[in-house]
Write a protein that binds this ligand. Sequence first.
Ligand SMILES: [Zn+2]
Length: 156
Amino acid sequence: MKSHNINIQYTELEVDELSGELLKLYQSAKKASQTAYAPYSKFHVGSALLMDDKTVITGSNQENAAYPSGLCAERVALFFAGAHAPQSKVLVLMVYVPGVNRPAAPCGSCLQVMAETEDRQSNPFKVILANDERVFMMNDVQALLPFRFGKRNLLS
Ligand SMILES: [Zn+2]
């Protein structure tokens, strides 16, 4: 029997410490949260992707009375990027959630899509989780989903 440990590393900042393109990305995600359609959860999430051509793609959660039909802010932005800029790479994914006492992590389904996006573009991207006060920065999706399921699990 073997026991293993997985350590993740992330950086914690105050929102006031953000500058330059990361501050702009934070502001984009915050603005996007205002377009959330969240009459059921009241959880207004905004996401913003910094692409390798320096464009920003935003998303917000879109709920539905048939709950599974809704979609999280992260996947709204990632699928939009896949549909409209399939050749571009995601450099940073920012997720903003107001009114929570600590930055919220993406759900399991979003983590899976984030992992597939990294695989698809053959390049890791930074993940930044934010609320109104603090920011957690990870260098890649691996930090949040070390045992990802991917096409390598399907093809042998
Ligand atoms: Zn999600």
